[in-house]
Design a protein around this ligand. Sequence first.
Ligand SMILES: [Zn+2]
Length: 215
Amino acid sequence: MKKAIILLSGGLDSATTLYYAKNQGYQTSCLIFDYGQRHRREIQQAIKIAKASHSDYKIVKINLPWQGSALLDKKIALPRNRQNIPKGIPVTYVPARNIIFLSFAASYAEAAGAQTIFIGANAIDYSGYPDCRPNFYQAYQKVLNLGLKAGVEGKTIRVKTPLIRKTKASIIRLGLRLSVPYHLTWSCYQGGARPCGVCDSCILREKGFEEVGRR
Ligand SMILES: [Zn+2]
């Protein structure tokens, strides 16, 4: 069976990506990062999603003591109530996050003999992060082709971004068809018992579910 490594955050997009990969016939192994997020909730939800999908999972703890993001530093306020997210890179950007995550995934894939890495990056309904854009993934693919033993030996490890050009609503429609357990996903940048409803991530999620006629 073909193997894939899935970057799983506990959010809606990565959960949909996981179920998409399973539907494509991959044996899925989830990679979950404990990277000093503001809260533990998304890690707990990611574990539940991995289990629900009958995927194995690994949690990798990494430390970014320099922080540099509102998602890592509780002293930086999260943007609230932005119905139209302005252009520009917001304070929730984590320096080099997807480069770091993908590099761990590439190491895992190469060691485990997986030919594919899936990441739920999205360049439409997203927060303006540069490491979510298609041209970044095209360039990163070249890095893997040149920098991995597998790449040099002609067994290229591919990075797949099936959601990259989808709207939040079309991601949700796809996920509903694939029976993604959305009740287990956590999008909110804040922790707590319930989503805050006012951060960028909560707003994008709510808009998406509204558009498909679900709450
Ligand atoms: Zn929120």
